[in-house]
Design a protein around this ligand. Structure first.
Ligand SMILES: [Zn+2]
Length: 460
């Protein structure tokens, strides 16, 4: 097979997508800015940061904690980071804690649930706030253990060390981001504040329906609605929830997908009519044919030597119809060297399928035309380097042939008839929520201008 395919990495694929110029950026924040917003703002229940009565929530500083728990007062709070190959003990030693205190501190952490594991899994670079113990002041530590948890260690009034893990308080924000495509989606969307997870999620869920490389035109637009969780103390995003809604407008052709949990509670996406966002590619794009040669090394029937066979061969009489393995665009239809009469369909930015040794093409098959899964595109033949009538079928992922039997493209199930009523109700709720956010954003933009805050990026 003479055909040489270019290998492209995901990054490259994304850079050709087109620059998204995000012109509106809406958020629903339940924070300080809300004072300037009207009362119709939705308040989602969030944990308050300084309510430490039940000791479930983190304090921002050691001072704050010591005050709340009534610990031994602390002096200066200093800061260091856990270095490579350092343990907590060696880090404390470095910042002049005495061995006596170090032992007491590590013992107190070991008494925590999974304490020994915590001590052995402290991340390199972890911020350690500390107060050195003296006769008058207490030793204390605050370890920023991970995104959601802090560990505090302090001395009580009897000089005993106590450790506790605290959850950092969070709030959630629903965000509706709208953009118009001008150039690079990836870079601009990230710049605008869309978390990377959400962007990748969006690309993979639209990837079944949109060929990002070819179908995107300047002026096309998108909308995405999602929830993010924010650490109230640091104001950083700690996690994002699965996208609730995403839509794209491709040259006037509108796609909408809604998140609807399946019976396992996993997010699945469907269009407004309940059709799954997932399209699979057929493994056998021909009816009643026999698989005559599989994927892998084999002795080539004509060339005589062992050669990698990068496709599947289906033996069938000449003239047997061949189907499009999935929805897509005809990329090539014509003579292609040893492949003989050949068709290649581009399904998404990632997947293509190819059909070789055909005797002829269906009359509707023209380069650049759209075909639907299961439609006849051509007929089995014996053209090119072939020993008898058969279909040579290839699945091409990122421009490299892969084993069609091994591809794991999940077949999407549509919403069942019995569930469609509930689903449509759910769609309506999401659209209402989106409209409420749009309304809110108008006030929000005013509020932001008044406060002279530029936290929210509006890029033109
Ligand atoms: Zn073959």
């Amino acid at each position: 097979m003479k055909k040489v395919f270019n290998y492209r990495l995901l990054g490259h694929f994304l850079t050709v997508v087109g620059l998204f110029c995000l012109y509106i950026f809406f958020i629903n924040i339940n924070n300080a800015l809300s004072s300037s917003l009207k009362s119709h703002q939705q308040i989602t229940p969030t944990k308050r940061p300084f309510n430490l009565f039940n000791l479930e929530e983190s304090a921002d500083t050691i001072f704050n904690l010591v005050q709340k728990v009534g610990a031994k007062p602390v002096a200066n709070i200093q800061k260091t980071r856990l270095k490579k190959n350092e343990t907590l003990s060696s880090a404390l030693k470095r910042v002049n804690f005495e061995n006596y205190h170090i032992t007491k501190i590590t013992n107190s952490i070991k008494e925590l649930n999974k304490g020994t594991k915590i001590l052995s899994s402290l991340p390199v670079g972890m911020v350690i706030h500390y107060s050195n113990p003296s006769s008058l002041t207490g030793g204390a530590l605050k370890l920023k253990y991970n995104k959601t948890r802090d560990i505090f260690v302090w001395q009580d009034l009897k000089n005993n060390y106590i450790s506790q893990v605290f959850f950092r308080p969070t709030r959630t924000e629903d965000m509706l981001v709208r953009g118009t495509i001008k150039n690079n989606l990836y870079i601009s969307a990230l710049k605008s504040g869309i978390p990377e997870n959400t962007l990748l999620e969006m690309i993979s869920l639209l990837g079944f329906s949109v060929d990002f490389q070819r179908e995107i035109r300047s002026g096309d637009s998108f909308e995405v609605l999602f929830t993010k969780e924010i650490d109230i103390l640091s104001n950083l995003v700690t996690q994002t929830k699965p996208i609730m809604y995403v839509s794209m407008n491709l040259s006037g052709n509108k796609l909408h997908f809604f998140n609807y949990k399946d019976k396992y509670g996993l997010p699945q996406y469907y269009d407004e009519n309940g059709k799954s966002s997932k399209r699979t590619i057929m493994k056998t794009p021909i009816n009643g044919a026999r698989l005559s040669s599989g994927y892998g090394n084999r002795k080539h029937p004509i060339l005589g030597y062992t050669k990698m066979h990068r496709g599947l061969d289906f033996a069938a009489p000449s003239g047997t119809p061949v189907f499009a393995a999935g929805d897509g665009i005809i990329e090539k239809a014509g003579w292609n060297g040893s492949y003989g009469k050949y068709i290649r369909i581009r399904h998404t930015g990632t997947y293509k399928t190819a059909y070789a040794h055909l005797s002829g093409f269906h009359k509707n098959v023209k380069i650049g035309r759209k075909v639907l899964q299961g439609k006849i595109i051509g007929f089995v033949g014996n053209t090119g380097r072939s020993t008898g009538p058969h279909l040579h079928y290839e699945v091409i992922k990122n421009n490299i042939q892969v084993n069609p039997m091994r591809i794991k493209l999940p077949a999407g199930k549509n919403i069942s008839k019995s569930n469609i009523k509930n689903y449509k109700k759910h769609v309506k709720n999401i659209l209402n929520h989106k409209m409420a956010l749009e309304k809110l954003s108008r006030n929000k933009e005013l509020a932001i201008n008044n406060h002279n805050t530029s936290k929210i990026l509006i890029v033109y």
